[in-house]
Structure formats: C-alpha cells, structure tokens
Design a binder for this molecule. Sequence first.
Ligand SMILES: [Zn+2]
Length: 76
Amino acid sequence: MALEPCNVCGSLNSDQAEICLSCGYPTQGRKRPAIFQWAAILVVLLIAIPLLSSLLLRLNQSPKSLPPEPPSAQRR
Ligand SMILES: [Zn+2]
C-alpha cells in the first residue's frame, strides 16, 4: 500500500482511498478513465500522421525539386 500526495491539498493518502481524507477531493491517477488515454493517442496520431506523410513526401521529392548542390558547398 503506497501513499500518494493529494493534488489539491498535498496531504498523503493511501492509493486505495477514493477521496482525499483531508479535503475530500477525489484522488486522481487511478480513477482516470481510459478514454482520456485513447483521446490523447488519437490526438497524437492525428498530428503525427500528416506530419510524417508530409515529411516523407518532402524527402521523396527533394532530390528532384532541389537543384544540384553547387560545387562550392561540397568543397570542405
Ligand atoms: Zn486533499
């Protein structure tokens, strides 16, 4: 049985307690619904997939669209 600090008042409660014994606020972490995690994953996917696809498109197109490097840039 572990002790977790309350998010509101900071007093330690057992992780099996559903509400804080000091302020009565429901302890979070255990009670968080899984839908929040799925929503977070969905948001990340919605942001990451267009980014990744545009990056891949740019990587595939860059050798054709970009002009060849000038010789001055290659000499080092
Ligand atoms: Zn509290």
